[in-house]
Design a protein around this ligand. Structure first.
Ligand code: SF4
Ligand code: SF4
Length: 407
């Protein structure tokens, strides 16, 4: 197994290659009758608190997604700074991110943080947005219990069912039963769905099940369905659900070469502006980012200048921009290639520089098979004009890199 330095070197080298050619108090319920939106918000002047719907938990609106870092010191600094909500997943690094969180949380007062995690069901059809018969509920449940062991916790605060998408997936009985059971057994205080595909449908369905406390959704100023998500959030909040936004940074850079950074403060302020978003879990990889995110709560209003900074640069050629995740390409490929998921992998590699996550997502889109190699001309028309074949062949190169070199 390579040493840490060697792994870092390999990772850096891969990044170079990628860029060149191929190129993340006290928290017990305070008032369960506290209701939605503006009434659930209290700005102390330094920290913006919101209440996570019917859970009654009031926390700072800025949390942290831990999937893009393995730096324990960074998470410790975030805890010391006052960030309360942390979203990890068993999926991140095949459990390594949870293990890292377990080490950091060890010895901390259990009332001083909220930890959310999720476990990937074994069968997911991303293209259809459905769980398949391979989603073995016993395995799903067993892995949730493994998560607790790896973090050294008796319970998590929030357990999410990830990749909920179509209404049928949210109502998928075998997994719903597991979600209810783990809550009844005290393995998690609250349950929710996490969605970054067919989000409006998933959010409404979660509210309709009557079993979920929370939804976590992809949400940012670039999202092609932001108005439909706004309506769905309004519906869910009206039914008492707490809401958490992920993917708030919208890819970090406008361009693939990383020369045009997105105004991260403006992007996060844009999300927080929606009072139906009760908390956020932006991915954080540096101490400066952590400090910048936290300080937003001091002055969360989006200035005119910041708002202007969120308008896409006109001069950016299509070849340098990212997939809009509009799903217009879905179902177009005769070989049934899952293009939107592979484009997500591409974004993890180029924008987030998280090659391990990009590689996992690549395999998640299929078995690593990519018929584009044999396809002379791509039959898919991208709504944004992207050269799909070129990008898929580009990202496919991660397949041949052993996973342990990317950790
Ligand atoms: S059509 Fe293009 S922009 Fe839309 S999801 Fe597909 S690849 Fe992305
Ligand atoms: S090149 Fe286009 S049409 Fe051919 S397999 Fe790939 S995505 Fe499908």
């Amino acid at each position: 197994m390579p040493s840490k330095n060697r792994r870092a070197f390999i990772k850096q080298g891969l990044m170079g290659a990628t860029g060149a050619g191929m190129a993340a108090h006290s928290l017990r319920s305070v008032n369960t009758s506290e209701s939605r939106s503006a009434s659930a918000e209290k700005n102390t002047g330094k920290i913006l608190y919101r209440t996570l719907g019917k859970t009654g938990i009031r926390i700072p609106v800025v949390g942290m997604g831990t999937g893009d870092t393995d730096n324990q010191h960074l998470v410790k600094a975030a805890l010391d700074r006052g960030i309360v909500l942390y979203a990890t997943s068993r999926y991140y690094g095949n459990g390594r991110n949870e293990e890292m969180m377990g080490k950091v949380l060890n010895g901390r007062s259990r009332d001083s943080y909220l930890i959310a995690t999720s476990v990937m069901p074994s069968g997911i059809d991303h293209q259809q947005g459905l769980y398949t018969a391979e989603s073995d509920p016993a395995k799903f449940r067993g892995e949730m219990e493994e998560s607790l062991k790896h973090m050294g916790l008796d319970y998590v605060d929030i357990f999410f069912l990830p990749f909920a998408a179509r209404r049928e997936s949210v109502f998928y009985e075998p997994l719903m039963r597991v979600m209810e059971d783990v809550k009844k057994e005290g393995k998690t205080r609250f349950i929710g769905i996490a969605t970054h595909n067919f989000e409006p449908e998933a959010i409404r369905a979660a509210a309709d099940t009557g079993i979920y406390d929370l939804v976590m959704t992809a949400y940012n100023f670039k999202h092609h369905q932001r108005e439909a998500i706004d309506d769905a959030l309004d519906y869910a909040v009206g039914k008492g659900l707490g809401t958490i936004a992920m993917k708030t940074m919208a890819g970090i850079y406008w361009d693939k070469e990383r020369t045009r950074p997105i105004n991260a403060r403006a992007a996060l302020k844009w999300v927080i502006r929606n009072k139906n978003i009760h908390a956020t879990v932006p991915g954080i990889t540096t101490f400066d980012q952590m400090e910048s995110n936290y300080s937003i709560m001091d002055d969360p209003a989006l200035t005119d200048e910041e708002e202007k900074s969120l308008v896409p640069p006109q001069e950016l050629p299509v070849s340098r921009s990212y997939c809009r995740r509009c799903r217009a390409c879905s179902g177009q490929c005769p070989e049934r290639v899952d293009i939107p998921t592979l484009m997500r992998s591409y974004m993890y590699a180029y924008a987030y520089r998280n090659l391990a996550h990009a590689r996992q997502t690549l395999f998640h889109a299929g078995d690593g098979r990519l018929p584009c190699l044999e396809c002379k001309t791509c039959k898919v028309k991208c709504a944004a004009g992207l050269d799909i074949r070129d990008r898929l062949l580009d990202i496919r190169r991660l397949k041949d890199i052993p996973e342990d070199l990317l950790v």
